[in-house]
Design a binder for this molecule. Sequence first.
Ligand code: PKZ
Ligand code: UBL
Length: 401
Amino acid sequence: MDVLWLIPLLLVPLLMWSSGTFVFYFKKCFYVGWMMVLALLAIPLCMLKSGGRDVENMRIIRVLVRHVKYFLGLRFDVSGWEHLQTEGPYVIISNHQSSLDVLGLMEILPDRCTMIAKKELVYAGTVGLICWLGGIVFINRKKTSDAKSVMAEAAQTMLDQQIRLWVFPEGTRNQKEDLLPFKKGAFHLAVQAQVPIIPVVFSSYRNFYLRKEKRFNSGTVRLRILPKIETKGMTSDDISSLCDKSFDLMQAAFRERLRLQTHEQRAVEGAEHSPRSRLLFPPTSPSETCLPRPPVPLPAPPPLLSPRFPIAWPCHEISSCLVDAWSGRPLARPVSAVCPDPHCACSSSSTCTTTSSTSTSSSAALQAVSGMTDGRIDACCSSCMTEGSGHHQFLLCFLPF
Ligand SMILES: CCCCCCCCCCCCCCCC(=O)SCCNC(=O)CCNC(=O)[C@H](O)C(C)(C)COP(=O)(O)OP(=O)(O)OC[C@H]1O[C@@H](n2cnc3c(N)ncnc32)[C@H](O)[C@@H]1OP(=O)(O)O
Ligand SMILES: CCCCCCCC/C=C\CCCCCCCC(=O)OC[C@@H](O)COP(=O)(O)O
């Protein structure tokens, strides 16, 4: 009889090793179960600390949740910390893929920051209660007028109590390869309170987490904190443009990371079904050797590109030539992407160089490949990409705005 105990003990590791689907359900159940237990632990701690519902309870929740990633084989790689160094209240907006987002959120959650959530979450047992104790603002998505008045109240509370709010403007979980159109509540909130918006982009989970395919491997989530967007002086007339601008910036960052993930995925093809990739921490990304992260901080780019003003600045990814990494301001619009020499080697770092309209040999060469006339090429950015096993160097020519 005693030996029967051994069967599940042996069976679980065996199934973990052999079946990706088992790992998926095991990790999901563990996640929900463990969060419930942690919430149960947190409830008395929060009651002792604050005596009830208080945003300060988020500190306790943050500490308790931080270690959960290790059990699930997840890493979080955060960039743009400096953008969170903002005094006073602000609204953080981020894309929303899964309840696993809570783990990334807790990695960077600033002090006195709580969230906007659907009201159904309050009924999620101990997790619901801890959400309430943490000061989470619950909205009824089915009753827009109620949701609007709750958010208007929240705007006032943000100012009165110096609180920051985290909103998922997609309004629901989304595992597609692109962001959903944004709901406008977060932008009304920021404009009503006249506080900045700080966009945060979670990289796609598709490399390690696929709900439909029942895959939950180990993986790395990249969190990119973008520069704040000021709303001082804005009115309700500015909501649509503010929403569009935020969406464009976040979508650009999401897509840029997705493109790199595609290259990473190709490089590790075949490895993703191994037991190692399901259970152990992910290796560092191979594409990092081709597209190195910029040493922080990058030198500031010039205010505007101009053919009369030859300029060059380090550019590690094509998109950083197109969008100012600091302000998020678009710098230029691409007009052609060409490969000047299919046999060229992939350089260890990529550089943006300006080819002035006065004809230099390089601008003549560029014109030859891009078919652009003299005076129209204002800057070029080269970037290397892995393609299969070989390397190609691409050249992207663009015009300034
Ligand atoms: C140790 C512990 C372990 C456990 C540890 C637990 C950790 C604890 C972590 C929890 C983590 C939570 C994670 C939750 C995650 C979610 O629950 S996500 C779902 C809930 N969140 C949201 O929905 C937020 C985003 N939604 C919105 O902002 C939506 O705008 C609203 C407010 C719900 C309204 O919905 P809608 O009507 O569908 O939205 P929309 O089309 O944007 O607006 C319609 C019109 O109303 C206007 N409008 C919208 N909002 C407003 C407004 N506030 N004022 C005036 N007009 C407005 C719009 O401008 C628009 O008018 P037009 O411009 O078309 O003329
Ligand atoms: C008594 C009910 C028990 C329900 C148990 C579920 C509790 C979940 C337990 C642990 C997970 C901890 C993290 C909780 C935060 C999850 C927030 C979340 O992801 O909500 C989904 C919401 O953004 C959008 O919902 P939809 O995609 O529109 O649907």
